[in-house]
Design a protein around this ligand. Sequence first.
Ligand SMILES: *Cc1c(COP(=O)(O)O)cnc(C)c1O
Length: 446
Amino acid sequence: MGEVRQRREIVTELPGPRSRELMERRRAAVPAGVGATMPVFAAAAEGGVLVDVDGNTFIDLGAGIAVLNVGSAAPAVAEAVAAQAAAFTHTCFQVTPYEGYVALAEQLNGLVPGDVARRSFFLNSGAEAVENAVKVARAATGRQAVVAFDHAFHGRTLMGMSLTAKAAPYKRTFGPLAPEVYRMAYSYPYRCSAGASYEECGPACAEAAISAMDRQIGGDRIAALVIEPVLGEGGVVVPGAGFLQALAAYCQEHGIVFVADEVQAGFARTGRWFSIEHSGVVPDIVTTAKGLGGGLPIGGVTGRAELMDAVHPGGLGSTFGGNPVSCAAALAAIEEVRAKDLLSAAGRIGEVFSTRLRPLAEECAAVGDVRVIGAMAAVEFVSDKARKTPDPKAASRVLASCHEQGVIALRAGTFDNVVRILPPLVIGEELLVDGLEIMEKAIRAL
Ligand SMILES: *Cc1c(COP(=O)(O)O)cnc(C)c1O
């Protein structure tokens, strides 16, 4: 680590005077529609901490929404960015190509599971990656229908928000939405929509989804099934065993392109390069963004060569997509994951989560469910344990208490009743435990 002390330290009231001033300017200059989790302005970030403009040091359990897997300003990433920025910052890959883009495509083609020929191309964001995965699937199949799932989040562009499940705040007032999007139940074992037990939820929800696809659309009309192998915004929901496998088998049988949206759960977050690896399913297309660029904006689509090559020349692209600086950052971030063995680090963080958080589900009346997969965890709050009544206010109280004491954590869930924890994978254990203890105390105080 370099400059920033890896220790929580709050030295002013929150927000401090500098942040208050900047919040005033923000209110006058930026629309209210752009959300704000914390009222403090960033000055520096490194490892597992963020320092605000008043000198307060926060423990970062959000990683800029699962982006800073290798840490903020990771030296190897910062050096690669500086070197690339000094050489050239942009050419537009479709105008004058450069090696970094191709090298990154080669890396992703090798990392995505399955022993098949792959191709990759790059955009600027997760939403754009999802948009382009749908374009590829439609072009390759000649079909139009796209299947998405309950509790899903796929971005805020037209197709992204159409595929996203939650109306408020993502879709409300922004219609009309894209046509030919169909929604199926996701396997959410704690709230199984088929009423099945934890063990039976996977097969039961897969059967329901498959039956609904047959009845409502017809397998031969579906271009793509777009799914998060682990729900992120939906509340860190790990589907029941057998769910993804059954859907993948249905896709294979009917020539449907299986798109794993790995924007949030991918890139080492769950202890694997891609969260789909936990299921053994080989996806046709994988979308990436968030952690991919080591903090710089980039989105990727990686898919089977025959699907990707089905699109006519010129049909895919973007002015900035796969910008050379972002590609250099992504290549350095991939190297960081390998050099620091962050896959194992994510697993170790998951063990700390399990030890500290799992007991809360038994011991606290307000905690309905605790979910952990690698360095991705969630605590779901309920006001009535037997009925599983969502309690968004409890989540708000826990988040407010964390924020006041210098711990950044995020909300999630269709019912806004989930606290989500996504630390940088380079966070020190002491720092992590300090952050979790503060959260634990807030939860026990409910
Ligand atoms: C964040 C997210 C997106 C959208 O990514 P942006 O870069 O914000 O456009 C898409 N899919 C999933 C699963 C995400 O978590």
